[in-house]
Ligand binder design. Structure first.
Ligand code: TXD
Length: 311
């Protein structure tokens, strides 16, 4: 069977934490790639991490590079490469810059790791995963966007904080695009098997839904520069591990829809089974009229961003 190989494209905040998590969980060997100007930075990060191996009893080989050839044969790839928005930059400016970066990444990953499961994290998420699929032409079920695992984890955390219980025992589902139009399905949330609605009044649930939608911005405002990285990194690694270990986990991710939820031709956040086949199946849940309307509203936002890519 041999060792698994994990390719991380983008060696910034999230890339570095993902390398740490993959090494700690001994998921396989990890290669961290960034632009030539950052070659020494990623080499330094991975050497630093290598020196934690004896402390964590890990045997993972950890290397930094600027060359895509070093990613050859990877089993899973996770892309965070991109630029964050700077003052004075519109969302469209960011989309155009990151679209160029994702196109370059997708072209190289098609060449060097055509058989891998590809996870896209770069924002704007739903249009970047779509662009990755279009440019690479790789099988749609072997490409997924990470957002739902994070949005769901945020919802679960806030419920745990409100009820003073372990978030481990909170189960929840957040559908839709990664942004303010996302659809936390509070109706289906449970705490130790008990419906959330029996444990919290509606106005508290509404406040948790609101905070979940704005959770990324809440952290951006606190940090002052950059965006969340611990939770996005952990979320993407959950998806990679489910694939590498064929865990058949039900993880919410931006999956390509082919009629599910009445949607065709877009990537959007839905619960999916992740196993050795990649996105093996999208699970459908019956929605109420207002949930359907909220999902359609979210789809419109995704469609608009995808249209901006002109792909
Ligand atoms: O839920 C989600 N999907 C997200 C997404 C949650 C949080 C953050 N999300 C997005 O992830 C965020 O908006 C960014 O687009 C990405 C990466 O976030 P991170 O915090 O890791 O950003 P950094 O620290 O700026 O790292 C990006 C790295 C940086 O080192 C650049 O030099 C590198 O990407 N980069 C490239 N690498 C390879 N190839 C090219 N062309 C390239 N361009 C930049």
């Amino acid at each position: 069977m041999g060792r698994k190989k994990i390719a991380l494209i983008g060696g910034g905040q999230i890339g570095g934490i993902m390398a740490l998590l993959a090494a700690q969980r001994e998921m396989g060997d990890v290669v961290l790639l960034d632009i030539p100007e950052k070659e020494n930075v990623v080499k330094g990060k991975m050497l630093d991490l290598t020196e934690t191996n004896p402390l964590f009893s890990s045997s993972s080989c950890l290397t930094g590079t600027k060359n895509y050839a070093d990613l050859a044969g990877a089993d899973v790839t996770i892309t965070t490469a991109g630029l964050p928005r700077k003052p004075g930059m519109s969302r469209e400016d960011l989309l155009n810059i990151n679209l160029q970066i994702i196109s370059e990444v997708a072209t190289n990953l098609k060449k060097y790791c055509p058989d891998a499961f590809h996870i896209v994290v770069t924002n704007p998420l739903d249009s970047m995963v779509f662009a990755f699929m279009k440019v690479s032409g790789l099988p749609k079920h072997k490409i997924a966007g990470m957002a739902g695992v994070l949005d769901t984890a945020r919802f679960r955390s806030f419920v745990g904080m409100e009820l003073n219980v372990s978030p481990k025992d909170v189960s929840a589902l957040v559908l839709g695009g990664h942004g303010p139009t996302m659809v936390p399905l509070a109706r289906l949330a449970t705490v130790g098997g008990i419906p959330l609605s029996e444990l919290l009044p509606q106005e508290k649930i509404d406040a948790i839904v609101y905070r979940t939608r704005e959770a990324g911005t809440e952290i951006v405002n606190l940090l002052g520069s950059g965006s969340a990285y611990f939770s996005p990194a952990t979320s993407a690694i959950e998806m990679a591990e489910a694939y590498l270990k064929d865990q058949k986990r039900i993880l919410t991710c931006a999956a390509y829809l082919n009629g599910e939820y009445g949607i065709t031709g877009y990537y959007i956040g839905v619960p999916a089974i992740i196993g050795a086949g990649g996105v093996e199946k999208v699970l459908e849940v019956k929605l109420t009229d207002s949930e359907k309307a909220a999902l359609n509203n979210s789809l419109e936002a995704v469609k608009k961003a995808v249209a901006e890519t002109k792909l």
